[in-house]
Design a protein around this ligand. Structure first.
Ligand code: HEM
Length: 616
């Protein structure tokens, strides 16, 4: 953009000097600048100083006429000298303003005047930016950043950049570039961009999800992999069995009534994660402890899930002002969840283990151990501290609860709006029910290709974290002929990436035709490369079992009216969900399935009574 087109008046509408300055050759700037500052009117001087700073920053920007570094730096020095002289005799506040402004300008100018060696290449294209704040106002203007990113990707192409305060943001929106960066050049894009709120919650990336790419991350990741391998997670099958039965039983029992299915799906995924991580389960979605946990997850997202102003400037003052308010709320969540619920529980489990070991007992002989117990038993060998175990389990809980429930909610929505797919799914599971005389189970995983295809199609079309979990570059790079700076925030626009390869029709058969039923292959909903979601196999199993059982037992309908479609417009949040609350009305498919549910329930109660219930 030409300098003259810049809207300096947004800084102070009453002052037009910078506007005039901007359309003149640089050599005239000093004289005009000197006239614009006056010790007689500190308020006007302050405003003019701001305009000058904006002007100076712009003159030093790469998009301006390229000045000699020495010329640009001398303009900056002159500006600051004049500003200080003009403000002598003014109050202390103004001097602080001048000093702060000087720091901003010098930092911005130094970055631009003495760029790194690869910076002769341009950053990827970007929309017009405001001086100093960059594209922050653009992002602040929407509550749906995913849609804005989509729109910008259409305008600026598969790789574009944004400037949020001091932070360079790179957005990638096609499969080729996603593959190139996440897999082929995986190391450069393997950092994690962490905002201040999440940094506090994770003790500066002491966990796995937010850990900077490096040794600690690698250590935590190995442990996560070990306990989440496809083979190891079959140990959770009994828990998945119990929880999916709880869900189906509820649908059968409340047939004909509207059910707000989201809460029950949340109970499903929360119980699976909590049982396996900490040996706890809840009986009802209305349990106050469960509601408080869900609210706390949402609170952390609201406070800093997509980054706040404090994340985009290296300013202690700004940080102090903004974080002062947020800090109290974060500390309250940490006290309730991290220290209270998780640490409290794992210390309790550790005490029990220590006691059993002291008495020469084998804890694994009496019960299925939860992850906390398994990790305590191997903590010396794995070089883990109690805090490491706490952080890892919090990651599993936070990463694995809402994402699975949200994907399953979309799935219910698709099935209600497209009943023809319910019919095909029913045909698939009915064969299993008829052959074995029981409800589908995880033993049937391989015999459920259409169920798996439907789940994968939903995950492709409605990724619940459409902008992924932001990465950070660990080094500079050149991508598609553009300069990618080190420490840039990198966002993967999953919807754009998927749209670059597939059409937007809901057609699960595409995965059967291409013989590609593995959930994460060919889609980016779970990320890709070194930091790809390690929970994907568990997510696949929990979704397949639930869907197979639901369609075996009930016909799903919209409680708001037969044949009425649910509004599929997505609403942005911790996870992206349908805007409309989904109220399901189910119809039990036959007396036989009702009996099978009762039989499975009785078997479960029998197992529990004989002390064989797992992982509780
Ligand atoms: C439908 C369910 C899920 C979805 C859509 C999902 C999605 C994601 C995405 C997009 C990422 C970022 C990947 C990247 O940067 O490339 C991620 C990371 C992660 N997920 Fe999941 N996830 C799901 C379930 C789970 C479950 C069940 C667990 C735990 C058992 C889990 C644990 C994690 C962890 C620990 C990471 C961080 C990995 C790292 O930074 O190295 N997720 N997930």
């Amino acid at each position: 953009m030409a300098v003259a087109e810049r809207k300096y008046l947004t800084v102070d509408p009453s002052i037009s000097i910078a506007c005039r300055l901007s359309s003149r050759p640089l050599k005239n700037a000093t004289a005009i600048r000197a006239r614009s500052l006056s010790p007689r009117s500190p308020a006007r001087s302050r405003a003019r100083l701001l305009d000058l700073l904006v002007y100076t920053a712009d003159q030093t920007s790469p998009s301006s006429n390229q000045q000699e570094p020495s010329t640009t730096m001398s303009i900056i020095a002159d500006t600051l000298r004049d500003a200080t002289a003009a403000l002598v005799g003014d109050n202390v506040g103004t001097q602080i303003l001048a000093a702060a402004a000087a720091t901003v300008v010098i930092a911005a100018a130094a970055r631009r005047v003495f760029p790194s060696s690869t910076a002769d290449l341009k950053l990827p294209p970007s929309p017009p930016a405001w001086p100093l704040v960059g594209h922050l106002p653009l992002l602040a203007s929407t509550k749906e950043p995913d849609k804005l990113i989509q729109k910008l990707a259409h305008e600026y192409g598969p790789v574009f950049s944004l400037k949020l305060g001091n932070v360079d943001v790179i957005v990638i929106s096609n499969q080729e570039l996603a593959q190139e960066t996440l897999v082929k050049r995986g190391k450069i894009y393997a950092g994690r961009w962490v905002g201040k709120v999440l940094a506090i919650g994770t003790e500066n990336g002491q966990d796995l999800v937010m850990a900077p790419y490096g040794e600690r991350w690698s250590h935590m990741r190995k442990i996560a992999h070990r306990i989440l391998t496809p083979l190891k997670i079959t140990q959770l099958d009994a828990r998945l069995d119990t929880e999916s039965l709880r869900f189906v039983r509820h649908l059968v029992a409340s047939a004909g009534e509207p059910v707000e299915v989201k809460r029950h799906l949340m109970l499903y995924t929360v119980n699976i994660m909590l049982a396996k991580c900490l040996g706890i389960t809840y009986d009802s979605p209305d349990d106050p402890a469960l509601r408080s946990l869900c609210n706390d997850m949402l609170k952390i997202f609201e406070l800093g899930g997509v980054g706040g102003l404090e994340d985009y400037y290296d300013s202690q003052v700004l940080n102090w002002v903004v974080m002062r308010h947020k800090r109290k709320e974060i500390d309250a969540v940490i006290a309730r969840v991290h220290q209270g619920m998780v640490l409290g529980r794992i210390l309790e489990l550790k005490a029990r283990l220590d006691d059993e070991l002291a008495h020469g007992e084998d804890p694994a002989a009496n019960r299925d151990l939860c992850y906390a117990e398994e990790l305590f038993l191997s903590m010396e060998k794995d070089e883990l501290t109690v805090n490491d175990i706490k952080q890892l389990l919090i990651d599993f809980l936070f990463a694995g609860m809402d994402t699975g429930a949200a994907t399953l909610l979309w799935l219910h929505t698709y099935l209600i709006n497209h009943p023809e797919h319910q019919t095909r799914l029913q045909a698939e599971v009915d064969t299993i029910v008829r052959t074995h005389g029981r409800l589908p189970s995880l033993d049937d995983f391989e015999d459920l290709p259409y169920t798996r295809a439907v789940i994968k199609e939903v995950a492709r079309l409605s990724p619940v974290t459409p902008l992924g979990v932001p990465r950070q570059t660990t080094d500079t790079d050149t991508l598609a002929g553009y300069h990618i700076p080190a420490k840039a925030q990198v966002i993967y626009n999953f919807v754009g990436i998927h749209d670059s390869v597939y059409d937007r029709d809901f057609r699960p058969d595409r995965w059967i035709e291409s013989n590609n039923l593995v959930l994460m292959d060919g889609i980016f909903t779970f990320g890709a490369g070194r930091r790809m979601c390690p929970g994907v196999h568990l997510a696949a199993r929990e979704m397949v079992l639930l869907v197979a059982r639901v369609v075996a037992c009930v016909q799903l309908g919209n409680a708001k009216g037969e044949g009425v479609n649910i509004d599929m417009t997505p609403a942005f949040g911790l996870t992206v969900l349908p805007k409309e609350s989904v109220l399901v009305k189910s119809t039990v498919r036959s007396a036989q399935v009702r009996e099978l549910v009762e039989k499975a329930d009785a078997a479960l109660a029998g197992r529990a009574a004989s002390g064989q219930a797992t992982a509780k």
